[in-house]
Design a protein around this ligand. Structure first.
Ligand SMILES: [Zn+2]
Length: 173
């Protein structure tokens, strides 16, 4: 999986791939340590979409967030999207993915890239991007390397891209 270390802020990411973040209700917040993974993913998807005769206008991120210690990255491609249902059990959580009924080849390709990136965040420190494991810290699953503990993440938790829903009629910047 390609990583990109040149992009550091949400603004840079939006500048590089404006169409990917053009949905009016896009909401992206994730940890700084995951930026190289997310930026690399955006870049790979951009190349894929362009290589197929500019399919860029079909693709939009809808939501990026942290859940259960790893990244969840939701997108739409045309009118196709994935829905995730989480079932919580005492032993843990089981996530069930619902794919579109008849996903296009391109949807499948993008889904595979996104899955790979999500998997990678399961072993990548939220703070520094170093090698890490997801552990339970007082009921919260977090993926941190040995140098970073949950007390630290409380101060360093950095959400890089946030575009809150604006009230109807108000232009979003
Ligand atoms: Zn770390």
């Amino acid at each position: 999986m390609t990583k990109n270390y040149d992009i550091h802020t949400g603004d840079q990411l939006k500048q590089m791939f404006p169409y990917q973040f053009s949905h009016p209700h896009v909401m992206c917040e994730f940890y700084r340590g995951w930026m190289p993974i997310v930026a690399g993913l955006c870049m790979e998807l951009d190349m894929l979409l362009e290589s197929l005769g500019n399919q860029r206008k079909q693709f939009q991120w809808r939501k990026m967030k942290e859940k259960l210690g790893s990244a969840r990255l939701y997108f739409t491609l045309g009118d196709q999207k994935i829905t995730v249902l989480d079932f919580h059990y005492p032993e843990g959580t089981l996530s069930h993915l619902m794919l579109p009924k008849q996903p296009t080849d391109l949807f499948g390709q993008i889904h595979a890239f996104v899955q790979a990136a999500q998997e990678e965040t399961k072993t990548t420190c939220m703070v520094c991007g170093g090698v890490a494991k997801t552990k339970n810290y007082g009921g919260y699953l977090q993926t941190l390397c040995e140098a970073h503990n949950p007390d630290v993440i409380g101060q360093e938790m950095v959400r890089v891209l946030r575009q809150p829903r604006s009230p109807k009629g108000e232009a979003s910047s």
